[in-house]
Design a protein around this ligand. Structure first.
Ligand code: ZN
Length: 413
């Protein structure tokens, strides 16, 4: 949906502030001849920005306020190279908590709830965001941070936690442990607020069933405040994004063309009021689409569909573009396979061809040979690639508390 007048005026103000600050982006915009935005067409002329820019500006080159206004920094976990540092003003911290509190309210969480927070605290934005929103709505925070499953389960049982905040991988791990230990009757969880990494329907169904909870996808990234900038309302109808703080576009990740509502592409976000590190047209590399039409809940915030994957998770086998999410969908079609998997890609130099190897987990009742054969055939018909398949026992593949790496490319090793 096109940027509205109010949002446009806010972007113009951001640009004036950036230009006056002399920060990294002031140089980028001066070089591009950008002095402000008056029309939606002006807005579309602003170049996209990316994590690489934030790295170039390391450590505090994107700061757009004087030092005395910065109250905190966060850092995103760079998988390669330098980390990214994001400075926050007191207002940024407050705005983030306001958005996060909205998320909890949309999920139907009240001051009576007890929220067990398992994402990490510290440089990473996750834990503290979940906590600030919790305190703002007046619920009880149980600030666990990640790991120490024994203690997690003890607190969950003894303190009668009603809400679990976790990555999908960690929620899965806890669900499996609760199942294994027969603790289901002793937990009081009603809702799960799950970080917005891409997760399969099979995993979602397992967690919801084993924990007996309603699940909500919460969206966010460190560069844009952190988690808590959007959440789905009950009924899984897409994640509401708060358009008084953010303007969201969907673009073709290859051409950069802005796509109409309903078409899938990469999410690009503009911060409308962020002070410490304003970002205009930031490429998130998350794949989704804006859902057209009104939500049944009556809220008018625009909605993003569940994240489908990362544009940079795309991998090529024999020149065919693929996403891990496509492999996940296929796994869900084979009876008895879990949602955990690993993809290895190598190059056979002798035959000069790529080799794709999928490792998947199956329940003990399943004939591993048959499952492997079925998986191969499905990949051939749906992806046009026949992989080698290894089926292993349940719980063989590593579970992680953060985002799990699925694709290992050994070409060029
Ligand atoms: Zn809604």
């Amino acid at each position: 949906m096109q940027i509205n007048e109010k949002q446009l005026a806010l972007v113009d103000r951001q640009i004036q502030r950036i230009l006056a600050s002399g920060n990294y982006y002031s140089q980028v915009y001066r070089a591009a001849g950008i002095t402000g935005v008056k029309t939606p067409e002006d807005f579309l002329k602003i170049p996209f920005t990316d994590k690489a820019d934030l790295r170039n500006a390391y450590p505090l080159g994107i700061q757009a306020v004087p030092d005395e206004q910065v109250v905190r920094i966060h850092s995103s976990s760079g998988t390669t190279g330098k980390p990214v540092i994001i400075p926050y003003t007191a207002r940024d911290v407050e705005d983030w908590a306001t958005m996060f509190a909205r998320c909890y309210e949309i999920a139907g969480i009240t001051p009576k709830d007890r929220i067990q927070i398992t994402p990490g605290y510290g440089l990473w934005t996750a834990g503290i965001g979940f906590q600030a929103g919790c305190e703002k709505i007046g619920a009880m925070a149980i600030p666990m941070g990640p790991g120490n499953t024994e203690k997690q389960l003890q607190m969950m049982v003894d303190l009668k936690a009603t809400v679990l905040c976790a990555t999908s991988s960690y929620a899965l791990l806890l669900a499996e442990e609760i199942n294994k230990r027969g603790l289901r009757d002793q937990i009081h969880l009603k809702k799960g607020i799950i970080g917005s990494e891409r997760w399969s329907d099979a995993k979602r169904a397992y967690i919801a069933r084993e924990l007996g909870i309603e699940l909500f996808d919460i969206y966010g990234l460190t560069e844009i405040y952190g988690p808590g900038i959007g959440i789905n309302c009950p009924g899984e109808t897409g994640m509401h994004i708060f358009d008084d703080y953010l303007y969201t576009e969907i673009i073709d990740p290859v051409t950069g063309e802005v796509l109409p509502d309903g078409e899938e592409g990469e999410i690009v976000i503009t911060t409308l009021v962020k002070e410490g590190a304003p970002l205009i047209r930031f490429r998130t590399h998350d794949l989704s689409k804006l859902l057209p039409g009104e939500c049944h809940c009556g809220r008018s915030y625009p909605r993003l569909a569940t994240i489908r994957g990362r544009s940079d998770d795309m991998f090529k086998v024999h020149g065919v573009n693929m996403f891990p999410s496509q492999v996940e969908e296929i796994l869900g079609m084979v009876d008895g396979l879990s949602s955990e998997y690993k993809i290895d890609i190598a190059h056979d130099d002798l035959k000069n061809r790529d080799i794709m190897m999928i490792t998947a987990e199956a329940e003990g009742r399943v004939d591993f040979m048959k499952a492997a054969e079925q998986l191969k055939l499905l990949c051939k018909s749906r992806l046009n690639v026949t992989p080698n398949v290894a089926i292993v026992s349940l719980n063989t593949l590593p579970r992680s508390e953060k985002k799990t790496q699925r694709v290992f490319d050994h070409r060029g090793d």
